[in-house]
Design a protein around this ligand. Sequence first.
Ligand code: B12
Length: 214
Amino acid sequence: MSKIQEVKVNVEEGKTKIVPSLVQEVLDEGEKAEDILEVMIKAMNVVGDRFSAGEIFVPEMLLAAKAMASGVEILKPHLTGEGSSSLGTCIIGTVLGDLHDIGKNLVAMMIESVGFNVIDLGVDVPKEKFIDAVKENDDVKLVACSALLTTTMPALKETVKALKESDLTGFKVIVGGAPITNEFAMEIGADGYSSDAGSAATKAKELVKELAIA
Ligand code: B12
């Protein structure tokens, strides 16, 4: 088995102690950080499928998540560039009722790397907390909301609605997460959507440029 495949299998099996050193070895062998991230995301899809099939349960899913997070820590400096220019503040969080944060953390990392000052509200964030964060922080140009469960899509909708109906201005709202589509994002009134962390950073820059033109 190739070393990169070993990373995948060890993430699937939740081997938090092995994954960081294995990721480092694969990097040292010259493999690209983006490719290592891709196999780890594939590993999480396998884990999700096994969970759906009733082969594994929440504790195993949690271990796999921890293993992936430990690998991402090693990849971090290789995935992000030098965030030079200041594009303003981005408030990010996973919506109310939802505890998934790996994707949100990757998005935060990539958005930071293109020059935003990122304030991460964490998981299970009520809409009021997003609103307060916009009020309490300077130069907020972007609010990014994540939802990973079909059951938390309504909370995403409520959050976007609350942000848009508030008297706060000067920022755009971007949404994402596995069950979210561009169509749903537009339907609930978000300004932008992206399917992955890399394109989220590009979209974030585009949205803030639109703000400057408006
Ligand atoms: C790990 C995991 C967990 C862990 C989460 C740990 C953590 N710290 O995140 C734990 C064990 C806690 C968990 C719990 C549950 N989970 Co879970 N989980 C997963 C799993 C296996 C991986 C998720 C993940 O990290 N993927 C990897 C990351 C990199 O991908 P991502 O999150 O999609 O993010 C990318 C994009 O979506 C996008 N993105 C994400 N956020 C944002 C935000 C913005 C603004 C933008 C632009 C883009 C963007 O960019 C990211 C990077 O490329 C998925 C299966 C899957 N294939 O996704 C199930 C899955 C999401 N879980 C599921 C379920 C059912 C649950 C539980 C309800 C199980 C239970 N019975 O208790 C609970 C719910 C808990 C809760 N209230 O949130 C289902 C959801 C089904 C559905 N239709 O809603 C899935 C799909 C598994 C399955 N196949 O059944 N889970």
